[in-house]
Write a protein that binds this ligand. Sequence first.
Ligand code: IPM
Ligand code: MG
Length: 386
Amino acid sequence: MSDMIKTSTEKFAKLIEKQLARVERMNAQKDFLDFSKLDTIVIGVCGGDGIGPAITSAAHSILEFLLADEVKAGKVQFKVIDGLTIENRVKANKAIPDDVLDELKACHVILKGPTTTPRAGDPWPNIESANVAMRKELDLFANVRPVKVPEQGIDWTFFRENTEGAYALGSEGFAVNDDIAFDFTVATTEGCERIARAAFDFAAKNGKTKVTAVTKANVVKTTDGKFLDICKKVAKDYPDIELDDWYIDIMTAKLVDEKRRTSFQVLVLPNLYGDILTDEAAEFQGGVGTAGSANLGKRYAMFEAIHGSAPRMVAEGRDKYADPCSIIRAAVMLLNHIGYGDKADKLERALDKCMYEEKKLVITGRDTGATGAEFAQYVMDTIQAL
Ligand code: IPM
Ligand code: MG
């Protein structure tokens, strides 16, 4: 065997070992954390970088306002986590510096601002995305992204698998020589089963009648094939819910088909397809700036804006005018997740009113509009007037 093949085979063997260890960790974690049994729920507030700290503090002030009594009674505690900036990550040469990871792990749920993801050619070393690393480290396997446009009959909830697929080894592919490079995609039985079950459970609890699995199993036969087979297996436990099965290419087309798209309800899909399709879907609602995203695991959960860190806005001194609506939507999901559904509903109603009905303040991203802090105050005033 040539040295080249030997070195590559050894690299691949290491990847297999690491993935097998991950499967063991996954299999060991059976139950979801029960928030009703906690004396104190610890909410981490991690601003990230770029416009992150500005928009996150807007959402944080609303959460403090809504949970003031719980904080006083010691049932809820906030912890601000500052260190997840690109500068610190570069200094530690890690996607998430160890001290920040320890702080994150000391929380039950996390509200997270966007973080800068380096790419080749940037002034930063090409370290892994902090988002992707956090999803892996905290095993946040379900990325739940709702998209609603009531007047067009759109009400979709995406269950994007969040720890596997093309992302599992996204920073661990390798070039065999100058001519050939490999990346990998990974599907595990537990990984597919837990996301499929999460989607069906959500459908069952929310009166939905259909779950749509989106893959490319006709071409990516082994891993997408496994994902689809497991969705079919899990569907058998939910006889009242129909499973239908689409390929990602035609699904991206059908989302713009006004006649067909209203029939989709809950969609479950592997990581990369979920990444792409949820950006497309959010566009119908007003863009990625308007959508929130929940990253759920059995022990931890993290809630975030689905847009990026917009470093250009910071460079131009416009971060205080950045739109906090996406991360406020994420705060709605956080409240729901920790058992404060009534407060979540209030916040959602107030936000809809401010964004779509009254529009007394408008965010433009510059000094022609409101600041994020002013908008947060507007949302709080609206809650009080509900
Ligand atoms: C998202 C983002 C991330 C992803 C990036 C920032 C790594 O696009 O949350 O959808 O690809 O998952
Ligand atoms: Mg994305």
